[in-house]
Ligand binder design. Structure first.
Ligand code: ADP
Ligand code: F6P
Length: 318
């Protein structure tokens, strides 16, 4: 069978590992593999490149995606999707594997509903996809953020400041929650839980009164601007506050072993699904098992947020 792979939306660490795993597993099992460069944009333009075993060598440890990624408005339209289907037919592609976030899943579903055999892998640092405990890159990003917060904490202590660290995640607070817990943040501000500036100020003031020499607040970009939170804290408490927006440094770099291992397992699972004729599904990792569910079902369900962990964090920040 002819299998094409594309990466779409925001890139994430571990996408390369997933491409490598799908390519090698499929080739070993006798299939032909093509990479599509630049996501759905490249698909509409027919940018297929044949992939051999060696073409995916030396990428396992690299961040980003060697197939490159894109966001394409044109593909959201039916006319764009029809162009893509035409290109898939001309290239004799039997199955398309899409590695991306929920927007990319929507695109894959649109193709599936128009008769294309599609599969999805959760490629996003945001961890905002249902039916998977982890998305590709989330673990690496959380580790990176924790390491950067360690640095911020050093200088905050020297100057007895409060540091507000703004992290990515779009509408999800998962990066903020996990990095916040792992760095012992005093407060974690996420879109999933209502919050009050007054409460955050009190937590910081009480911390300094108990003898803390710094304050650490992790803010998810979907909940507030770190800069605004810092301004308000200074105004309301009289303490010095500084904001650091981490930005794209948290989306690059070498993927963690965890991200490399589960993407290797997902590559195996997607080829298994293709061979069994199970299509229109998204691969996930649930309770350390590699699973699959219909893309439509995955898109209909809200992504997980660990409220219990959020409450644990509140107790531990004392
Ligand atoms: P992510 O996949 O990381 O969530 P985006 O939301 O930007 O990133 O989606 C990636 C691409 O998927 C978009 O640029 C667009 O081409 C395609 N896409 C997004 N939403 C839809 C949709 N509703 N229907 C079809 N294609 C979509
Ligand atoms: O979805 C991944 C993500 O990194 C979000 O966390 C962030 O809001 C967004 O992509 C940034 O997108 P762009 O690369 O288009 O600036």
């Amino acid at each position: 069978m002819n299998i094409a792979i594309l990466t779409s939306g925001g890139d994430s660490q571990g996408m390369n590992s997933a491409i490598r795993a799908i390519t090698r597993t499929a080739i070993v099992k006798g299939h032909k593999v093509y990479g599509v460069t630049k996501g759905y944009q490249g698909l509409m333009e027919g940018l297929f490149i044949p992939l051999d075993l060696r073409d995916v060598g030396d990428i396992l440890h690299r961040g980003g995606t060697f197939l490159q990624s894109a966001r394409s408005l044109e593909f959201k339209e039916t006319s764009g999707q029809k162009r893509a289907i035409q290109k898939l037919k001309e290239a004799n592609i039997d199955h398309l594997v899409v590695i991306g976030g929920d927007g990319s899943y929507q695109g894959a579903l649109a193709l599936f509903e128009k008769g294309i055999s599609t599969y999805c892998l959760p490629g996003t640092i945001d961890n905002d996809i249902a039916y998977t405990d982890y998305t590709i890159g989330f673990d690496t990003t959380v580790n990176l953020v924790v390491s950067l917060i360690n640095n911020v904490r050093d200088t905050s202590t020297s100057h007895e400041r409060t540091s507000i660290i703004e992290v990515m995640g779009r509408g999800s607070g998962n990066i903020a929650l996990h990095a916040g817990v792992a760095s012992g943040a005093d407060a974690i501000i996420v879109p999933e839980v209502p919050w009050e500036l007054e409460e955050v100020c009190n937590i910081i003031l009480e911390g300094f009164n108990r003898g803390k020499k710094h304050g650490i607040i992790v803010v998810a970009e979907g909940a507030a601007s770190g800069e605004d939170v810092a301004t308000e804290i200074e105004k309301r408490t009289g303490l010095e506050a500084r904001s650091t927006k981490l930005g794209y440094v948290q989306r690059g770099g070498s993927p963690s072993s965890f991200d490399r291992i589960f993407t290797s397992r997902m590559g195996d699972k997607v080829v298994e699904c293709i061979e069994k004729g199970i299509s229109g599904v998204a691969i996930g990792i649930e309770g350390n098992q590699i699973t699959y569910h219909p893309i439509k079902e995955v898109l209909s369900k809200k992504a997980q947020f660990d409220y219990k962990l959020y409450h644990i964090a509140k107790n531990l920040s004392k």
